[in-house]
Design a protein around this ligand. Structure first.
Ligand SMILES: C[S@@+](CC[C@H](N)C(=O)[O-])C[C@H]1O[C@@H](n2cnc3c(N)ncnc32)[C@H](O)[C@@H]1O
Length: 307
């Protein structure tokens, strides 16, 4: 990859991908890995890479999708790993060396909507997982995917849908705003402070937020506007036993890279007695063996018009 003399060792993205999402807990790290592997398999099943092809993994992060594509298609697959995060590209490059696949990989520091360096109509497949969620102009990114694809080439996209989380935060806010201060429920206001620190909680903020201002239906429209054909979208809603098994993991993990963990929110925004109330009320819910968590993920595949 190309880099200047100063290489940042960490940034918001690497902090979350390499540490924040695992809450410093080995068992939880393993559970997150299993969950993410499932997403990656679904993503690649949507448009399986084939030997001899060239693939772009946009927002490659630690290279999970790219390396799995190489495992599936073998030593003749070529992969571009692009990302805006220089620390993540360096991390992925080190992983490629460790896996002895460095010669199949090219690393490129670019935003998803400006893939300069990748020629027009030069790749067979563009894959991306949990990246467009952070891109303000998703149609521009999809147009860029369309530009680099050969005629007949495909995209496979997997993105979280956080709109419901944001709408839930907004609903709690509205209910508090409608209640006279003397009748407000103390726990509800704390739950609102927690949710509002992780998701936009007003209609205005939701509309401006790249992570919350789209639904799965918007995503398929963006891809259509970008010029894709043969579009197929599936929304997967999984309500599964929660992988968060302890209070410690609950307060130290965060649901996405832009969300502070609850431990930070509690320190910065809760008074000591509020922390006690919150833990007393929430801990039994979190540590209940029957606790579930809801996960909304969209899977989109589409094709560039064949020549
Ligand atoms: C949630 S991580 C997902 C990483 C990887 N795709 C995976 O499946 O594990 C989001 C990744 O997108 C990258 N990213 C964020 N905004 C981006 C943008 N505008 N263009 C390209 N990459 C971006 C981050 O640096 C990070 O590596």
């Amino acid at each position: 990859m190309t880099s200047g003399t100063h290489i940042p060792t960490t940034d918001l993205w690497s902090q979350w991908l390499l540490y924040g999402r695992f809450a410093d807990d080995a068992q939880f790290r393993q559970a997150v890995r299993v969950m993410v592997d499932r997403y990656v398999e679904r993503l690649l099943n949507g448009a399986p890479p084939a030997p001899g092809q060239t693939v772009v993994d946009v927002g490659a992060g630690d290279g999970l999708v790219a390396f799995r594509a190489i495992e599936r298609a073998g030593p003749t697959l070529k992969v571009w790993l692009t990302d805006i995060s220089e620390p993540m590209l360096h991390h992925a490059e080190a992983q490629a060396v460790e896996r002895a696949v460095r010669n199949q990989c090219t690393f490129l520091q670019r935003p998803a909507d400006r893939l300069e360096g990748i020629a027009d109509a030069s790749v067979d497949l563009v894959v991306t997982r949990s990246v467009l969620a952070y891109v303000a102009d998703k149609t521009a990114a999809l147009r860029e995917f369309h530009r680099v694809l050969k005629p007949g080439g495909r995209i496979s996209v997997a993105e979280p849908v956080y709109q419901d989380d944001a709408l839930a935060a907004a609903a709690i806010r509205s209910s508090i705003d409608c209640t006279p201060p003397e009748h407000r429920n103390a726990l509800t206001t704390l739950v609102h402070r927690w949710k509002a620190a992780q998701y936009p909680d007003t209609e205005e903020k939701i509309l401006k937020s790249p992570i919350a201002n789209y639904s799965e239906r918007d995503m398929i429209r963006f891809a259509q506007v970008a010029g894709f054909t043969e579009l197929h979208l599936e929304l997967h809603i999984d309500i599964l036993p929660s992988i968060v098994r302890s209070w410690n993991v609950f307060i130290n993990s965060s649901p996405h890279p832009l969300a502070p963990p609850l431990s930070v929110i509690m320190t910065e925004q809760f008074a000591p007695e509020e922390r006690q109330l919150f833990e007393r009320s929430m801990r039994p819910i979190v540590e209940d063996p029957k606790a579930v968590s809801t996960d909304r993920m969209l899977y989109l595949t589409a094709r560039k018009q064949p020549a």
